[in-house]
Design a protein around this ligand. Sequence first.
Ligand code: DGY
Length: 326
Amino acid sequence: MKKTIVLYKRLSDDLLGRLREQAEVIFVDTAQADGLARLRDALPHAHGLLGASLRLDSSLLDLAPQLEAVASVSVGVDNYDIADLTRRGIVLTNTPDVLTETTADTGFALILATARRVVELASWVRAGHWQGNLGPAHFGTDVHGKTLGIVGMGRIGEALVKRAAAGFGMRVVYHSRQPKPAVEALYGAACRSLDGLLEESDFVCLTVPLSAATEGLIGARELGLMKPEAILINISRGRVVDETALIEALREERIRGAGLDVFVKEPLAVDSPLLQLDNVVATPHIGSATHETRQAMARCAVDNLLCALADQRPQNLVNPQVWAMR
Ligand code: DGY
């Protein structure tokens, strides 16, 4: 008998076809008003789950006694209680690698947009304010030749270093649990304490995953260590930054600006004070959001899930202990 997969993310026809060859597929559109209720109805049948952007808490897992594997279409796994999944013997997989370059591109888009005031000045042109020559009030700040501080030196951090050092002639400092000798040798990056990095960098880019150790990592004290002309870029998770402290620092121009792709609460409320500030570029969590990369992530998740359900070790196991227990 075929196993059942509950899908809570829309897939392209070819990927859906691959799942249907191997399993019964129930699609639930969680964006619909009754989406969560429909998911609850489907969970008792599920051997596999595939989707993203849903907090899969224990009350949902309790409804899925046959569940063997969850394939997240994301690299971040902060929506899952990994210890709980592991205790229940449920495999969790994610989609690293395929989104690395695209997410680093997003980081650089935010660096350039904030430093050169691209969004603010493009809106100014549209509003008909461009009536003559620009003066210093409209100038931005250089990116090339500056110091980029990268907090977290995983795959995305490394892709940022490559762009910064090779493309923009930037000095790179980084903060990471483990020193990365290869990155230091290839790009001349230097490892720093978090405080040292904050004091030294013109751009501070956050790439760490959200965990108990990184939640609130950048608060009022850390923002206070940044140079007044420095810019904060966040492409990790909103909760890594104390958003209230950030709003204060930006309002009082204690730092130059912020490029933010992630927020404590998403979607960002339209009345968020962040949207009142000209020195903020806010994007709607587009880190990996290109056609090519989202398709590659979905393909990776499908491969992971089909492997796990066929008792083959999937490539991107988040909780390998479960596999060892089999
Ligand atoms: C990820 O894959 O974790 C990205 O943030 C998209 O959600």
